[in-house]
Design a binder for this molecule. Structure first.
Ligand code: 8DG
Ligand code: MG
Ligand code: MG
Length: 143
């Protein structure tokens, strides 16, 4: 078991005033609502990783992929301690008509769009912490 930090990339896929969230089936953050995302692969850019993970997990194609922020997450109470440096990106749908599919049903209970002002609970802890700190992926007039 390696105890080195790993790099995660998570994507605020925004549509109107909503974001795409799925309830996790993974050990880390089980049952909590999280963004699509995964681990950065060797040689990948953040934008490439964002597009690949969103496609692998939801079937959706994204555009206008931009870096928004990075957070440091230590899951010390997990059965297998985990340290993830999470890079957050924002993107929009390449085709606004495209519908999310649950491509990895072993990892997620399903994807849906949630109003930013009425997010489901509980949120995945890294997300919850960002929100508590006042973070929003939307322009200020929506907050
Ligand atoms: P992979 O095998 O497909 O590469 O990985 P994955 O199974 O899809 O990884 P993941 O757990 O979904 O994402 C990697 C890490 O990114 C996760 O363990 C912690 C970090 N992360 C956050 N916030 C979020 C989030 O909202 N969504 C996702 N998916 N990951 C997040 O800190
Ligand atoms: Mg993944
Ligand atoms: Mg994932």
């Amino acid at each position: 078991m390696s105890l080195a930090p790993v790099i995660g990339v998570a994507v605020f896929l925004v549509k109107g005033e909503t974001v795409l969230l799925g309830r996790r089936r993974s050990t880390v953050g089980h049952n909590t609502y999280a963004l699509p995302g995964g681990h950065l692969e060797f040689g990948e850019s953040f934008e490439e990783c964002a597009a690949r993970e969103v496609k692998e997990e939801t079937g959706l194609d994204i555009k206008d992929i931009q870096f928004v922020t990075v957070t440091n997450n230590v899951f010390s109470e997990a059965a297998k301690p985990l340290h993830v440096v999470a890079v957050f990106m924002r993107a929009s749908l390449a085709d606004p008509e495209q519908l999310p599919q649950n491509v990895e049903p072993d990892k997620c209970y399903g994807w849906d769009w949630y109003d930013w002002k009425n997010l489901p609970q509980p949120l995945f802890r890294p997300l919850e912490t960002m929100l508590k700190n006042g973070f929003s992926p939307f322009p200020t007039e929506l907050n």
